[in-house]
Ligand binder design. Structure first.
Ligand SMILES: [Zn+2]
Length: 81
């Protein structure tokens, strides 16, 4: 996935593309951090943990936040009784 979000020619030709690439990187890194916290890919559209399905369009459509279900799961993992 990381390779598919970085278009070297785009970055060199259009500096404003850097912001989009940075946004994608942040979303993907946060998604992967979610996996380290025991979150699986989520079926909820636009959830940060939604499976990219091999296309950057999914990453672009995500809002960068966890859905209610994923939030509940990660809080359960992080908060000790
Ligand atoms: Zn979710």
């Amino acid at each position: 996935m990381i390779q598919s979000i970085i278009y070297k020619d785009e970055i060199n030709s259009f500096p404003h593309i850097k912001e989009k690439v940075n946004e994608r990187l942040v979303k993907i890194i946060n998604h992967e951090i979610g996996h380290t916290l025991n979150l699986l890919n989520c079926p909820v559209k636009d959830c940060l943990m939604e499976d990219g399905g091999g296309t950057i369009k999914t990453v672009d459509s995500e809002n960068g936040k966890l859905c209610a279900s994923s939030t509940k799961k990660v809080l359960k993992y992080l908060v000790k009784p």
